[in-house]
Design a protein around this ligand. Structure first.
Ligand code: SF4
Length: 180
């Protein structure tokens, strides 16, 4: 069976972002994946119980400690409400979805405090970015899932083709053994 890819629901076209918008992808690689029925969408923040729209949230440097991220940070929305538990619940849900479909690749929305995989907003709500990853990305990576963002589709596709080839090879070997 073809490898599936876990994708951020907002990239898939669902209006689930904090501002009630989507970030629908039109790239040819994405469209090919869609035609091949590979995409499984999930919005961790909504799955964790947060509404649409909602206040934006960012990782804030502070006295808390997030063992998952390994840094003294807290996750607050722009009104100062701690939303870590909702984000954590959503990240665990995304992991369950990925495991149900035996997923090894995720393509998640860049810069998000849940889905980002290289840069996140710096906690000042001023649009400044710092190195860092979102909570769902951290949970998926810890489970061995490769996380890309929407600007890394070619890299994700290369890995996908490798996985497809190795599963075809495995299937051929099993067929050969069965025929003996
Ligand atoms: Fe998109 Fe992820 Fe934010 Fe949901 S949590 S709106 S999927 S970036």
């Amino acid at each position: 069976m073809a490898e599936r890819i876990l994708v951020s629901a907002c990239l898939y076209g669902e209006a689930v972002r904090y501002d009630g918008q989507a970030c629908t992808q039109q790239h040819p690689i994405w469209q090919e994946w869609q035609q091949q029925n590979r995409l499984i969408s999930c919005c961790p923040e909504v799955a964790g119980g947060l509404p649409i729209p909602r206040f934006p949230a960012e990782w804030i440097k502070g006295d808390g400690h997030n063992a998952l991220i390994g840094k003294p940070v807290r996750l607050l929305d722009s009104q100062g409400t701690d939303v870590f538990s909702e984000f954590y619940k959503g990240a665990q849900y995304a992991l369950q979805v990925a495991q149900r479909h035996n997923i090894k690749i995720a393509v998640l929305k860049s810069k998000s405090p849940s889905c980002g995989n290289d840069l996140i907003y710096d906690g000042t709500f001023t649009g400044m970015l710092v190195d860092g990853i979102g909570l769902t990305t951290a949970v998926l990576q810890q489970a061995g899932i490769q996380v890309f963002n929407e600007h890394q589709l070619a890299e994700a596709n290369t890995l996908l083709n490798q996985l497809d080839q190795s599963s075809t090879h495995r299937g051929d070997l099993e067929l050969g053994l069965a025929k003996r």
